[in-house]
Design a protein around this ligand. Structure first.
Ligand code: ATP
Length: 698
């Protein structure tokens, strides 16, 4: 596969391929400008009937204008495909194949002919999937290399030429090796075949991706939403899409990927923010054993029972007076109605709303039997009759979900009544608050409690389901949290991304099939990604020493990085307090900062204040995780608990033993360490004064 470097003189030669490609780039850019100008010049005064329409249209136009922006540093196209035959034509027809430029968005000329094809279009797919073994009718695949915004190189693969051997692409490799500054970026130019299969899998099915650190799970998930939005734009615009990530700093890190792909409407949230309500303020924390029980799926059954216990069987007949007549519905018949509603798979609130009409219907039957001919209006009126209302209130009272949970966590008897046979006595004691709470407002709600309230909410009235949800770092969710996410895609589909070896919660997922059951998607397909794009060979080999202790049986990541990576493990002297000497840490950071790109200083959460003070004292500015690295500010101080999902060119990891000790048990500690060890793109320096954990020291 020949690579072509630029020759400044040949830009003038129209027969030179690079010059021609540059000319196509220039022409595409002006075509894009023309498309943007056309939208900008739209006058909506005549078409918008009222100000609401006008505002909506105006917002859509603004979005469209920003989607049509030509970003100086994002190349308009990154590849070209020359087909052997016309797309869709029979090969025998011998029609000359067309050539297509593949880019982030569609660009057409004044005649409407395509200049650049969206990477998500069907004709673009072979750019990602075609190989020498299966050329997919592609004669030539060309990748473009850019320096700044300038097209400076290209690389050809003649996929249908048996004489040309298959080699890895230097441009692709260069893209993978490129140092990181700033937030996460898209990978449209270099999506790999196994990733593309996940990205383009249909909207109907849920896909779960197990993949080690840096295998591109997050990237794949985000590109899948972009793909689905392209392929099912109308449906998803109606139903909505959502990306769920572990914390706010992670969401900030990934937030620019979808807008860069032209998708501005995807909501991003944490599970906590999803279940948050105005009435319930989270300010409490649970000890691990409590959180473990509260996050257990059996809590859903306890809630269901507790809620249904509010329904009581009618013991009195109902008497409805209309005009001079009285209509009597006996208790046994009311009971039948209630039992029928209880037996149906409808929400508590929906059943409560249906009940007056059912009772009214029973009254109407009696009216008909007496020779009257009541119509629907009469039935409505009976349903609104005060006696009916009172009966409904007595039999099927309204329930406030937060109050229901409050009572379960405060009232040992009420809990025992509904947890009988579901939770052990010890488990019941674990979930009860030490002191009963008086009101929803003052209760010490925890994150796990908010999830319980969300479950109760859904039992009362169905949660709105979106069209597609991407769930990242899924391995850390409790069963109850999976359920919370699952009800937000109950009629849609999901992309579940995670790594069992990186689970650091006491309830971390041990098995994807079980987790997918909690999500309500038991039929989801589980795919595995094993090619590692982030972590260089030596570094991943070092981190993988932990795998047998933290997730036996998982496949080790195979780094596709060319660079072996700089790995340095240094023992340093401890100070009087037994801590690593801050000077050594600062020196290692200075050393790392000599390289291009970002540096992350990762340490046990408890060590962060001391390190922050040392950095301040040394006059070294630093960022918090998720804050954007810039050319001037490239050092981030990262508490180990926030490192998940993030990456830095160079990582200085302070005191592995402290990272392990920061967690309640050793396995979780080693998993936390595994996460910290796998954040580096180019180099990792491990500094320790305490002995290294045995699994690592091996
Ligand atoms: N096909 C690809 N081409 C170029 N870069 C890629 C590709 N796939 C992934 N990467 C890069 O590899 C890095 C790791 O990707 P990503 O964060 O998606 O991995 P992950 O599996 O979610 O990792 P973790 O388990 O640590 O959260 C990112 O910088 C991403 O851009």
């Amino acid at each position: 596969m020949p690579s072509h470097a630029p020759d400044p003189t040949d830009t003038l030669d129209p027969t030179d391929p690079l010059a021609r490609e540059r000319a196509h780039l220039a022409a595409s850019r002006s075509a894009l400008r023309a498309m943007r100008e056309e939208v900008e010049s739209l006058d909506i005064r005549d078409v918008a009937a009222n100000w609401v329409n006008a505002a909506v249209l105006d917002a859509q136009i603004k979005d469209r204008i920003s989607a049509l922006a030509d970003l100086a540093h994002t190349p308009l196209f990154f590849g070209r495909l020359d087909y052997l035959h016309a797309v869709g034509a029979e090969e025998a027809e011998g029609a000359e194949g067309e050539s297509f430029y593949i880019g982030r968005r569609h660009v057409h000329d004044a005649q409407g002919d395509p200049m650049v094809i969206d990477w998500r279009a069907p004709v673009s797919q072979p750019f990602y999937r075609a190989s020498k073994k299966n050329p997919l009718d592609v004669r030539l695949r060309r990748r473009f290399g850019y320096t700044g915004g300038d097209l400076t190189a290209y690389e050809d693969e003649h996929l249908s030429d048996p004489a040309e051997s298959e080699r890895t692409s230097a441009l692709l490799q260069a893209e993978i090796e490129r140092p990181r500054v700033g937030p996460m970026r898209d990978i449209v130019a270099t999506i790999q075949p196994e990733q593309d299969e996940i990205v383009r899998s249909g909207l109907g099915g849920t896909v779960c991706v197990q993949g080690g650190p840096g295998t591109g799970k997050t990237a794949v998930g985000l590109h899948r939403v972009a793909y689905l939005l392209y392929a099912h734009r109308e449906r998803l615009a109606r139903t909505g899409t959502l990306v769920v990530g572990p914390n706010a700093s992670f969401l900030r890190y990934i937030e620019q990927v979808l807008p860069a792909l032209g998708e501005l409407e995807v909501r991003q949230a944490t599970v906590e923010s999803l279940v948050a309500t105005d009435a319930v303020r989270v300010r409490g924390t649970d000890p691990a054993p409590t959180a473990l029980v509260k996050g257990d799926a059996r809590m859903a059954e306890v809630l269901r029972r507790a809620l249904r216990s509010h329904v009581s069987m009618p013991t009195e007949p109902l008497m409805v007076v209309r005009g001079s007549r009285r209509w009597r519905v006996p208790a046994y018949e009311l009971e039948e109605i209630v039992r029928e509603l209880l037996g149906r798979d409808i929400r508590y609130g929906a059943a409560r709303e249906a009940l007056p009409q059912r009772i009214a219907h029973a009254v109407l039957v009696r009216m008909e039997q007496a020779g009257e001919a009541p119509d629907d209006r009469v039935q409505d009126a009976v349903a609104r009759n005060s006696a009916v209302k009172a009966a409904v209130k007595a039999v099927w009272p309204p329930v406030d979900p937060a109050r229901l949970v409050l009572r379960l966590l405060s009232d040992a008897e009420f809990l025992a009544e509904h947890a009988e046979g579901v939770l052990t006595e010890e488990e019941q004691r674990a979930v009860l608050w030490p002191k009963p709470a008086r009101s929803v407002k003052s209760a010490p709600w925890s994150v796990a409690d908010a999830v319980l309230i969300d479950e109760a909410n859904d039992l009362v009235s169905r949660t709105h389901s979106l069209g597609h949800v991407v769930l990242d770092e899924a391995q850390d969710l409790s069963p109850m949290q999976y359920r919370a996410v699952g009800r937000r895609c109950s009629t849609g589909s999901a992309t579940v991304l995670g790594d069992l070896a990186q689970g650091t919660t006491p309830w971390a997922t041990a098995d994807w099939t079980e987790a997918l059951g909690h999500l309500g998607k038991p039929d989801a397909v589980v795919e595995e990604l094993t090619a590692g794009f982030r972590v260089p060979r030596e570094v991943i080999a070092y981190a993988s020493r932990l795998l047998p202790s933290i997730a036996p049986g998982l496949t080790e990541v195979r780094s596709v990085r060319e660079s072996p990576g700089a790995l340095s493990v240094r023992e340093i002297a401890a100070d009087a307090a037994g801590d690593t000497v801050a000077d050594a840490v600062l020196d290692a950071c200075r050393e790392a900062l000599k390289h291009e790109g970002s540096t992350g200083l990762i340490a046990a959460d408890a060590r962060v204040p001391a390190l922050a003070a040392a950095l301040d004292a040394a006059g070294m500015p630093y960022l918090s995780p998720g804050e954007e690295t810039t050319a001037d500010s490239r050092l981030t101080l990262v508490p180990a608990s926030l490192a998940k999902g993030l990456e830095y060119d160079y990582v200085v990891l302070e005191e592995p033993a402290a990272v392990v000790a920061g967690e309640p048990d050793e396995r979780t500690g080693l998993r936390r360490l595994y996460v910290a060890l796998t954040r580096a793109v180019s180099g990792l320096t491990v500094l320790h004064a305490a002995p290294l954990p045995a699994a690592l020291a091996r």
